[in-house]
Design a protein around this ligand. Structure first.
Ligand code: AMP
Length: 192
């Protein structure tokens, strides 16, 4: 049963309106579907937009922010819960522990880091939670091509790529959460 969903997305404010609109729509859908948002706790960029949209539509939001960037990312003051932790590692671990699924929206280096971390943690058998990539306006297509290249060169398995649920827009997110793979990789799985 998926109740809390972690959304990884960009903190930049200077991005295309399409990404801002998709973030707002995602927040509205999450609130309507009673999905609690878990996110990085910042009131900036797409992170701020998704969290505001969930709250404005009556949903719950848990933010987790390290104190050394709480000022830079303007810790959101109106959340259901805000956890100020000491390190980025604590933040990332808590975001994973408090979530039943992960959504990747357009973002920058931090979002990429977070995506690869939860993807590799799945590959290592550390969790079995769904991972949804929302490929808004094809933003993540180069990343998906890179993954295909990695697989073509046998540095990862097709099964790894297949664990990801990739959708084109936020309107597909509820069906994606219902159908996304949710399985623990076996410790016996041949690595490659
Ligand atoms: P970005 O996608 O770069 O805008 O960052 C999105 C979120 O990821 C922000 O809340 C950043 O604090 C966070 N972030 C940035 N760098 C890292 C990192 N190396 N590890 C984990 N999170 C990061």
């Amino acid at each position: 049963m998926i109740k809390s969903v972690c959304v990884y997305c960009g903190s930049s404010v200077n991005v295309d309106d399409t990404f801002k609109k998709a973030s707002k729509d995602l927040g509205v859908i999450m609130a309507q579907e009673n999905l609690r948002l878990v996110f990085g706790g910042g009131h900036v960029g797409l992170m701020g937009i998704v969290s505001d949209a969930v709250l404005e539509n009556g949903g719950e939001v848990i933010g987790i922010i390290p104190d050394h960037i709480a000022e830079k990312e303007i810790a959101h003051s109106g959340l259901t819960e805000l956890h100020v932790v000491e390190t980025m590692h604590e933040r990332k671990q808590m975001m994973v522990d408090r979530s039943d699924a992960f959504i990747i929206m357009p973002g920058g280096l931090g979002t990429m880091d977070e995506f690869f971390e939860i993807f590799t943690w799945w590959q290592l058998g550390l969790h079995d939670k769904p991972i949804i990539i929302i490929n808004v306006e094809g933003y993540w297509t180069p990343l998906l091509s890179m993954l295909d290249n990695i697989i073509d060169h046998k540095f990862a398995r097709t099964d790894d790529r297949d664990y990801l649920c990739v959708i084109d827009g936020v309107d597909e997110v509820i069906q994606a959460l219902a159908r996304a793979p949710q399985e623990k990789i076996s410790a016996q799985t041949k690595w490659i």
